[in-house]
Design a protein around this ligand. Structure first.
Ligand code: ZN
Length: 400
């Protein structure tokens, strides 16, 4: 409670000393006759003091309350996110169970895209095609196993090795890769396919680097359709090169797929579904159900790989109607005579083959070092004839 001493103005000095000793406030009042005003000032001080005290007490409480609100908001947001994620995942699961699975894309990684002499940007040739449990390596030039690591792939996942021919830039990586597989406890049987002479060369490698018995493998010299299971087939046709050489095609088979949504509507369950998948009509609850009403056809998918060759008829044949043609394009037409390249293709020849074979997309690889940073000339030449052409770089990835 504020106490007030009311003194004439002249005694201010005395008042000051009294106030200091008793901790009064000094109120200078010019009109002492107006006691009402003094009283107001006194009340004002009291109110000010009360407000200050209240504020001192309330402020930490307000800060605490705000902090609590912020914390609660964060917790609420986290709970909402968890609930939303759980809802989203369960919805996805429901949708997956109701609708047929989307067709799987086939990833292809270009581990090396250079020609005989590698450059800092282009390693020796190697391509990895992944399909379900299969990891098919097409050629294995020097440094391929390091490129596999750079692409964050596992060399032990390789199941098949397809060799186009036995020139160094396509096979010098095989001994190193085999050593890594042997040291990494490779537990599959590596299937090696290649042209005539592959058995002889593989045996030499196995003996030279003392790999015999280190890993399981089998070597088959092939031509035509050489592998087939229920999902895909592999084909090879001879090319024209300085050594026996093959071009390959990977063909995912056309399939009859079940429309799961319709299946669930009719509540059809059990082994009888397999008959629908085979295109057979079924009898369900004494009702004849046509297979064609509950199924749809998934077309064939084809990827063809032509490396190291001069122009020949088999190119068009192996690439016919492919979804993707991967083709060597060592040089451009302008350099054809001066280059000294033998048994190789120009961008123009690769593009003409793509056009004649009616492929959907053309990817050019096996680029000569003379086009380092000048790949645009190769691309421009190809696009004049076949618009959907690309030149790939090392570690590029495409999906078909
Ligand atoms: Zn080559």
């Amino acid at each position: 409670m504020l106490q007030a001493l009311i003194l004439p103005k002249l005694n201010l000095e005395i008042l000051s000393s009294v106030c200091k000793s008793k901790q009064y406030r000094i109120i200078v009042c010019h009109d002492l006759s107006n006691l009402e005003a003094i009283s107001c000032v006194e009340r004002g001080f009291s109110a000010f003091e009360r407000t200050s005290k209240m504020l001192c007490f309330m402020l930490p409480l307000i800060v605490l309350l705000i902090a609590l609100l912020i914390t609660l908001s964060f917790i609420l947001i986290i709970i909402l996110l968890i609930v939303f994620k759980a809802f989203f995942l369960s919805t996805q699961r429901i949708f997956k169970s109701l609708y047929p699975r989307k067709r799987m894309n086939i990833p292809i990684t270009f581990l090396g895209t250079g020609q005989a002499i590698p450059t800092p940007r282009r390693n020796h040739t190697s391509i990895l095609l992944q399909y379900k449990d299969e990891n098919i390596l097409i050629d294995c030039g020097e440094g391929t196993q390091r490129q596999i690591r750079k692409a964050k792939l596992n060399p032990c996942s390789i199941t098949k090795l397809l060799i186009t021919h036995w020139h160094g830039d396509h096979i010098l990586g095989i001994p190193g890769l085999l050593q890594t597989l042997a040291l990494s406890g490779y537990n599959k049987q590596l299937e090696v396919y290649g042209p005539r002479g592959t058995l002889f060369h593989m045996n030499k490698i196995m003996n030279m680097f003392v790999f015999q018995g280190a890993i399981k493998y089998k070597v088959i010299e092939v031509e035509g359709k050489f592998f087939e299971n229920s999902d895909f087939a592999l084909e090879a046709l001879p090319m024209t090169h300085g050594a026996p050489c093959l071009a390959y095609s990977f063909i995912e088979k056309a399939k009859t797929r079940i429309n799961k949504e319709k299946l669930e509507k009719l509540k059809i369950k059990g082994k009888i579904i397999a008959q629908l998948a085979q295109g057979k009509d079924i009898l369900w609850n004494n009702k004849k159900i046509k297979a064609e009403d509950l199924t749809y056809s998934q077309p064939e998918k084809k990827i063809s790989i032509i490396l190291d060759t001069s122009l020949n008829k088999n190119m068009e044949k192996i690439a016919e109607n492919a979804d993707l043609l991967i083709c060597e394009s060592t040089y451009t037409k302008k350099d054809e005579d001066a280059s000294g390249f033998k048994y190789h293709l120009t961008a123009e020849q690769a593009a003409e083959t793509a056009k004649k074979a009616k492929v959907k997309k053309l990817i050019l690889t096996h680029i000569s070092q003379r086009y380092e940073f000048k790949e645009k000339f190769i691309l421009a030449e190809a696009r004049k004839i076949f618009k959907n052409s690309e030149v790939v770089e090392d570690l590029s990835k495409v999906e078909v």
